[in-house]
Ligand binder design. Structure first.
Ligand code: GTP
Ligand code: MG
Length: 202
């Protein structure tokens, strides 16, 4: 699939004010600074669509983008940014969890993790929370340009081995670099296939 149209729609703190849930929706989530907004821009081939920053905590609201007039892409605030105050962290968590648990057209969450790290406690807890709530998700490893091919392959193996201590099977995994624009086709193909399944079910 090619993205031919990507339009910013709204920013909301309250899922109830998000655009009408009329089409499939895919949301990007993960730790602050992992590269969510950058990946959205890379997928859409528009470097100024979602706001990015070297300082963690840039995205603070639920941001909706209309893609090809047929599905929504959502940029969410990051979790686990230790330098924000506890009350702000609590507020972020409330925005995220009420959105995830109540957004009826949420089709799949893309959980972004930094390809340089072994599974982090906060990500594992978050994925366990998704499983408990029956929310479909996939894992996206970001910033693969920061690793050699060999180091990436080793990290991926370690990541899977550790995850498989907790999980019977793993969700689909994608490997991306917004710097090199890699891994985007696989993500867009996955979304296209999922959209087709939904269409055929109707
Ligand atoms: P919050 O909105 O704060 O939660 O962060 P985010 O997850 O949206 O991260 P964002 O896209 O703003 O990127 C954070 C930093 O990582 C920026 O300095 C980006 O330039 C950098 N970055 C993002 N993706 C990549 C990548 O694939 N490779 C490299 N080398 N840097 C990246
Ligand atoms: Mg962001």
């Amino acid at each position: 699939m090619k993205i031919t149209k990507a339009l910013f729609m709204t920013s909301n703190a309250d899922y109830k004010k998000c655009p009408a849930p009329t089409c499939p929706e895919y949301a990007f989530i993960g730790r602050s600074n992992v590269g969510k907004s950058s990946l959205i821009n890379t997928l859409c081939n528009n470097s100024s669509l979602a706001k990015t920053s070297a300082t963690p905590g840039k995205t603070q609201l639920i941001n909706h983008f209309n893609i090809n007039d047929s599905w929504y892409l959502v940029d969410l605030p990051g979790y686990g940014y230790a330098r924000t105050s506890k009350s702000i962290r609590g507020e972020f968590a409330r925005i995220i969890t009420s959105y995830i648990e109540n957004r009826e057209n949420l089709t799949c969450l893309f959980v972004l993790v930094d390809s340089r790290h072994a599974p982090q406690k906060i990500d594992r807890e978050f994925m366990a929370y998704l499983a408990t709530n029956g929310i479909p998700f996939v894992i996206v490893m970001t910033k693969i340009d920061k690793l050699s091919k060999k180091a990436l392959a080793e990290n991926v193996q370690v990541y899977k081995d550790i995850m498989l201590e907790e999980w019977e099977e793993l969700p689909p995994m994608f490997f991306t670099s917004s710097l090199h624009k890699s891994g985007t086709e696989e993500i867009l193909d996955f979304i296209e296939e999922t959209n087709n399944i939904i269409k055929n079910e109707k």
